[in-house]
Design a protein around this ligand. Structure first.
Ligand SMILES: NC(=O)N[C@@H](CC(=O)O)C(=O)O
Ligand SMILES: [Zn+2]
Ligand SMILES: [Zn+2]
Length: 349
């Protein structure tokens, strides 16, 4: 009689989002409160137009984020710098001397949304990476090769062999976060790797495989990068997230795009989950029979990796079905959240 002892509420130490896109201007104002409701802090991605490449730009962006919060809402944006071929090693030292820049982000040029200014050849960044290693500044990595001869579904696995292994061989003490991992290959690589490496895992990659993009027709709101993979990969991610291994932690990769930019002949990559992230993670962990592992994944492992204190306070999720809205305001337009119009069984209070 499982219904009798089915857990009705979950209380967790207040969690953080270790991979988030907040955008800017009116878009930022539309979305930031969703993340602030769910999370105490977030690692904010720097892929704006133009990208956030300097400490001064990160400081200004941070002020815009704080100004966009509703009155009285507390939320700490943890800023990142966008690595380019030309990032000055001194910029890393300046970043280290702040209390608000927490990582540098590697986008291989052309890999994903707003990555045109990204790195063309990691060798060009070695002086900068050496300083990062020296001062212990984490490198967050979008881990996909961009070579169009490589099958889209293989680009993460190929990245491990061509970029990640050589980089870690050359810089064994550089802290690395393998962002939004999507494959068994990446989960196993991180679990077995030695030294300072962690990985974020999104809720959508824990819940869905690639069939979801094509269920009943092409469904652009399930398209993100790295793209959803086969079921065996989803299962490996669930195993990693629920294993208790502290290298794996929560990163939503919530990535808002206007509805027209997603529902288009060439639609943008990104799933919007900031509205219901913890509900989705709870659903995934419950399906795996591992709700007891959610707190470490959501609230403890990330701060341990980044050397930050665990949050004070707690959140409670209640078993209470609710329906996701069809759209959410997004500046002058609207965005369609993942699971729009669908019912979800957990509700964050
Ligand atoms: N994940 C995505 O599909 N999109 C992200 C970029 C990224 O994280 O790669 C975005 O900024 O829209
Ligand atoms: Zn990415
Ligand atoms: Zn992202």
């Amino acid at each position: 009689m499982p219904a009798i002892d089915t857990q009705q509420t979950i209380t967790l130490i207040r969690p953080d989002d270790w991979h988030l896109h907040l955008r800017d201007g009116a878009h930022l104002s539309s979305v930031v409160a969703h993340s602030a409701h769910q999370f105490a802090r977030a690692i904010v991605m720097p892929n704006l137009k133009p990208p956030v490449t300097t400490v001064a730009a990160a400081a200004a962006y941070r002020e815009r984020i704080l100004a966009a919060l509703p009155a009285g809402v507390k939320f700490e944006p943890l800023m990142t710098l966008y690595l380019t071929d030309n990032t000055d090693p001194d910029e890393i030292r300046r970043a280290r001397d702040t209390d608000f820049v927490h990582a540098v982000k590697l986008y291989p040029a052309g890999a994903t949304t707003n990555s045109d200014a990204g790195v063309t050849d990691l060798k060009k960044c070695y002086k900068t990476l050496e300083v990062m290693q020296e001062v212990g500044m984490p490198l967050c990595v979008h881990g996909e090769v961009t070579n169009h001869e490589i099958d889209l579904f293989d680009r993460e696995a190929v990245f491990i062999e061509r970029v990640m292994r050589p980089l870690r061989r050359d810089m064994p003490e550089l802290p690395i976060v393998f962002e939004h991992i999507t494959t068994k290959d990446a989960a196993e690589y991180v679990a077995e790797a030695e030294g300072p490496i962690g990985a974020t895992i999104t809720a959508h990659h824990l819940l869905y495989n690639r069939n979801e993009i094509f269920r009943g027709g092409i469904r652009p709101h399930y398209y993100c990068l790295p793209v959803l993979k086969r079921e065996e990969h989803r299962l490996a991610l669930v195993t990693a997230a629920t294993s208790g291994d502290e290298r794996f932690f929560l990163g939503t990769d919530s990535a808002p795009h206007a509805v027209g930019a997603k529902e288009a002949s060439c639609g943008c990559a990104g799933c919007y989950t900031a509205l219901h992230a913890m509900e989705l993670y709870a659903t995934a962990f419950e399906q795996a029979g591992a709700l007891d592992k959610l707190e470490a994944f959501a609230s403890l492992n990330g701060p341990a990796f980044y050397g930050l204190p665990v949050n004070e306070g707690s959140i409670t999720l209640k078993r209470e079905p609710w329906t996701l809205p069809a759209t959410v305001p997004f500046g002058e337009t609207a965005l369609v959240p993942l699971n729009a119009g669908e019912q979800i069984n957990w509700k964050m209070l």
